[in-house]
Design a protein around this ligand. Structure first.
Ligand code: G3H
Ligand code: 13P
Ligand code: ZN
Length: 328
């Protein structure tokens, strides 16, 4: 059944678990996520980015999610729009049937330029007014994702801020967060704690200086009722990097957000954990290995099947680690 994000995150807060929010672009990702949820009895958040709408087309994405709900009617599913760049973009998603939208007012309508606080409050509050009138939940974002080492947003293909960010934009301020939630009435708040989108988050395993779980604790202590969201939360599994590189890939040394750090965040108010890159890495590793080992094979279903299985394993591991398993 389709449910709103607020319904799911209220339940998650009450029972002390977190929910991975996986990005979807195609059938194989959707099927991997739903089968993993089915096998672990987990509720689901699937989210579509602007890039996903461009890749698959809005009607295909919408019907992909509706098909998942039809095939797995016993699983609660939140259909969420990831990183909306304006109230108009969010409005369009509400019309398409999404049960939750993110208004990311931390960046301008280009999705790149950091904005000021007043702008962020204004676009987020307007989106909340519109969405709540339709029974749709809203996630806002305060602070900009980016590396505490370099001040850069990190993403290689243009997701996130452009140019160098100030240190105070890279860590969400607890006082400002309290003010923002009060002014906008968002259902969930994405915060900046040193993570960034994509595979290149940290050049060495993160420490308390580069990944601030401490900041989550401070924000949660200030606004304990607010559901917190971690973006850029892929763990960048070293075993998948090895498979990719063993079978013709060339990905340099890089590290993600360790699962145990996310679990620590979940103990302190994190309820939604955004993951895209980990499924991409697993999918690519599985396809590279399959094609290298089966050079005469040319039926795409053969390599898409192993790719789906690899994504499903990652999704199951996250449902289990975050305490989502058994909560559907
Ligand atoms: O927001 C970041 C997600 O990983 C979506 O990425 O824009 O390439 O679909 P995308
Ligand atoms: P990753 O790139 O770490 O998977 O983050 C995805 C994300 O935050 C989508 O909004
Ligand atoms: Zn994100």
């Amino acid at each position: 059944a389709l449910i709103s994000m607020r319904q799911l995150l209220d339940h998650a807060a009450e029972h002390g678990y977190g929910v991975p929010a996986f990005n979807v672009n195609n059938l194989e990702q959707m099927r991997a996520i739903m089968e993993a949820a089915d096998e672990t009895d987990s509720p689901v958040i699937v989210q579509a980015s602007a890039g996903a709408r461009k890749y698959a087309g809005a009607p295909f994405l919408r019907h992909l999610i509706l098909a998942a709900i039809e095939e797995f009617p016993h699983i609660p599913v939140v259909m969420h729009q990831d990183h909306g760049t304006s109230p108009a973009v969010c409005q369009r998603s509400i019309q398409l049937g999404f049960s939750s939208v993110m208004m990311d007012g931390s960046l301008g309508t280009d999705g790149k330029t950091p904005t000021d606080y007043a702008y962020n409050v204004d676009v987020t509050r307007r989106t909340v007014d519109m969405a709540h009138a339709c029974g749709v939940s809203v996630e806002g974002e305060l602070g900009c994702l980016g590396s505490l080492e370099t001040g850069m947003a990190g993403e290689e293909d243009g997701v996130g801020a452009e140019g160098k960010l100030d240190h105070d934009q890279l860590l969400t301020d607890p006082e400002e967060a309290a003010d923002f939630v009060k002014a906008t009435h968002v259902d969930a708040l994405a915060i900046a704690i040193g993570t960034s989108h994509g595979a290149y988050k940290f050049t060495q395993p993160p420490t308390g200086d580069t990944l601030s779980i401490q900041r989550i604790k401070e924000i949660h202590a200030r606004i304990p009722e607010t559901h917190l969201v971690m973006h850029g939360s892929s763990s960048v599994p070293q075993e998948w990097l090895e498979v990719i590189n063993q079978f013709g890939g060339a990905i340099p040394e890089t590290y993600g957000v360790p699962v145990e750090e996310i679990v620590e965040g979940i103990k302190h108010g994190v309820r939604k954990v955004n993951i895209d890159t980990d499924l991409r890495l697993a999918a690519t590793g599985a396809v590279r290995r399959f094609l290298a080992e089966n050079p005469a094979e040319f039926d795409p279903r053969k390599f898409l099947k192993v790719s789906t299985a690899a994504m499903k394993d990652v999704a199951k591991a996250r449902y289990e680690a975050f305490g989502t398993a058994g909560q559907a």
